[in-house]
Design a binder for this molecule. Structure first.
Ligand SMILES: [Zn+2]
Length: 355
């Protein structure tokens, strides 16, 4: 009897092993078929520039990404990573996150300059669960805004804040100490100032926060980025005292508002005194960017420009050593190019009578 029972259990066990094996092989087959289908369905994305050479030492690297009609800037120094704006398109920004090897990393500071879609939309990609990106600080002006997609971004930020994994700061009080200037050090010796925007600026553009970036050797490299600030806020930067503290003279100026004539004045260019202007825009845009008047002002001051629509991603590097200077390198072509949408703007406040 005992022998018969043992035999029965042995038979049962071998059957179970057999069934299990068959199920496993079915699963393996099915999953390999799914993989094949997925591989067939997913054509390779066009490659964007590879950035694998980014080092982690004292070198400061700034990349004005070729993101279309919008702004997206990535800054690296030591182990610190900073992103200012994410451009208009999640897919395009996502491809840069991939090529910059930013998945599974920490972004120390993300700054949204102001509330327009061409600056915030791509930032939503940072919070996609599959990317495993940890954002330590998120800065924006927190003004009420009706856009649903901005609401989505803010929900992501707030939910990370609730889990104590993110600090959410208002650019109107960037250090939460009542002062308009918040200075943040990067681990390779560079630093940057986040500057509170014009308190009651007319429209989102004139609520853009300005950032002054300073290389590890401040004599070698500084840069000024002020989102889409227009004449009203540009003038206020001076009257509120930013020209004295932290000082507005820089080596490189990111053109405000994608090279619009309302994003530059001769006075602004005299105060910032850049050796180079860089600007981010799409070759075909509805706004006539870059405006002829803006280019006239740059030309008049003998400041050359690079533009992402014609030059691709623009990379600025400074080694971080005393007297090391800086190098500005476009992906392609030379300076001072025109684009197919460039035209004279008729908007008030921009010089007329320009060719
Ligand atoms: Zn913009």
């Amino acid at each position: 009897m005992l022998r018969r029972v043992v035999f029965f259990f042995l038979a049962l066990a071998s059957l179970a092993v057999l069934i299990g094996g068959q199920q496993r092989s079915k699963r393996t087959k099915r999953s390999s078929q799914t993989h094949e289908r997925r591989a067939r369905r997913k054509p390779a994305k066009p490659p964007v520039a590879s950035f694998v050479t980014d080092s982690g030492g004292r070198e400061l690297i700034v990349r004005l990404l070729d993101i279309g009609q919008g702004d997206a800037t990535y800054i690296r120094n030591g182990s610190s990573r900073v992103i200012i704006d994410g451009g208009p398109d999640t897919a395009a920004f996502g491809r840069y996150l991939d090529s910059l090897n930013l998945n599974n990393t920490t972004i120390d500071v993300v700054i949204l300059s102001h509330q327009h879609l061409d600056h915030y939309s791509g930032l939503r990609e940072l919070f996609k669960t599959a990317r495993h990106i940890h954002v330590r600080y998120f800065f924006e002006n927190k003004d009420p805004a009706p856009a649903v997609t901005l609401g989505e971004l803010r929900d992501s930020v707030l939910s990370r804040m609730d889990r104590d994994s993110l600090i959410y700061r208002d650019t109107d009080d960037p250090c939460s100490n009542g002062r308009p200037i918040c200075t943040i050090a990067m681990t390779g010796g560079a630093k940057f100032h986040i500057l509170a925007p014009l308190p009651n600026g007319d429209g989102p553009n004139n609520r853009s926060t300005a950032v002054k970036l300073i290389g590890p050797d401040s004599a070698s490299f500084t840069m000024w980025l002020a989102g889409d600030a227009e004449h009203e806020e540009i003038n206020w930067f001076e009257t509120t005292g930013y020209a004295r503290n932290p000082g507005m003279r820089v080596n490189v100026l990111k053109a405000d508002h994608h090279g619009s004539c309302n994003g530059v004045t001769s006075r602004y260019l005299a105060l910032t005194g850049p050796q180079w202007v860089v600007t981010s825009l799409a070759a075909r845009n509805d706004y006539g960017h870059m405006h002829t008047q803006a280019k006239e002002i740059y030309r008049g001051a003998r400041v050359p420009w690079y533009r992402t629509d014609q030059n691709g991603t623009i990379t600025i590097r400074t080694p971080g050593t005393v007297g090391g200077g800086f190098a500005i390198t476009p992906e392609r072509a030379g300076p001072d190019l025109d684009g197919p949408s460039d035209r004279v703007s008729r908007q008030p406040g921009c010089a007329t009578g320009v060719r």
